[in-house]
Design a protein around this ligand. Structure first.
Ligand code: FAD
Length: 276
């Protein structure tokens, strides 16, 4: 692995200041993407800034606005947090689908979003839950709707000097079932070939997919078919997903296979969340 300087930071203002001033600096939460990327040459960092001990990034709480998950909270803590299990089990399923138990002891929700993989497993669930991304810069704080946060493969809405501080799942929480369905090459540890999150909200449904476009996306055509046209033939509704997605061929599946998988998983998901 190329040499880099490791620096630990315990305050948000110090971290954003360093990120703004210093060239070649990259924040590290769990390091499960960053260190792999540094070793493979995908990333190049002169300084790795450890952000795990910044208090604002370690928050995990339910408050008046909803559930707030600090960017440095490991996935296993999120999975075991009672308000998450009670109100948004969809997110529990999505977090659990990532890596192994030991990876989930280090990997964070913040890192999963900031890595901005089109296949990031938490993103489709967060899209369905209407999550808000809380961002801090050297001089201001701002909130970005999660659907505007990942802007392309490996690209986010973060500006120079900014850190993702936390993600808020706002109230009201969804009423109805949610499922995350993931197809991957192996039954154990692998990124998604296609990932589909569905969340019922009263009589309506929200659907989002990963690994079928340059960013995770909402299946708005399928949602329209179900929510506005009241289509209850799930085969016909799921067929509309072809309008929403633009998959590519890569080592995790061909374009054609992904079209097929997306349709099958959306149909299975509709059966599971709409027929209870
Ligand atoms: C064996 C293995 C299996 C995996 N399986 C899956 C899987 O099934 N599904 C999946 O989606 N992913 C998977 N991953 C990828 C990875 O574990 C996840 O994306 C994880 O959530 C990343 O979190 P992290 O805290 O380790 O991020 P890090 O590696 O610390 O950071 C990732 C990127 O985000 C940046 N960053 C981190 N935190 C912040 C912040 N707060 N503000 C700004 N930038 C930040 C870093 O600079 C880096 O560019 C796997 C990885 C491994 C090694």
């Amino acid at each position: 692995m190329p040499a880099f300087t490791y620096q630990r930071c315990t305050s948000l203002s110090e971290a954003t200041g360093l990120l703004e001033r210093q060239e070649g600096i990259m924040p590290m939460a769990g390091g499960t993407d960053l260190l792999v990327g540094l070793r493979s040459g995908k990333f190049n960092a002169a300084v790795v800034l450890d952000i795990k001990e910044i208090p604002e990034l370690k928050v995990l709480e339910e408050g008046r606005r909803g559930i707030t998950i600090g960017a440095a909270v490991p996935l296993n803590e999120i999975i075991n947090f009672a308000p998450v299990r009670q109100h948004i089990p969809l997110l529990v399923q999505a977090c659990r689908s990532i890596g192994t138990y030991s990876i989930r002891n280090r990997a964070t929700l913040g890192g999963n979003l900031c890595n901005a993989s089109p296949a990031a497993d938490t993103a489709p669930a967060l899209y369905c839950l209407g999550a808000l991304v809380n961002v801090a810069g050297p001089r201001n704080l701002r909130t970005v709707p999660v659907e505007e946060f990942i802007t392309g493969p490996g690209k986010t809405a973060l500006q120079k000097g900014e850190l993702l501080v936390s993600v808020t799942i706002p109230k009201p929480y969804p009423v109805g079932k949610g499922v995350y369905l993931k197809a991957s090459r192996t039954g154990s540890v692998d990124l998604s070939s296609v990932g589909v999150a569905l969340q019922k909200w009263g009589k309506e449904v929200r659907i989002a997919l990963g690994a079928v476009a340059p960013t995770p996306i909402r299946a708005t055509s399928v949602e329209k078919a179900v929510n506005q046209e009241a289509l209850t033939d799930w085969y016909r509704a799921a067929d509309r997903v072809k309008i929403d997605i633009a998959p590519i061929s890569d080592l995790r599946g061909s374009r054609e296979y992904r079209y097929h998988l997306a349709e099958v998983l959306v149909r299975r998901g509709l059966e599971q969340v709409m027929e209870v």
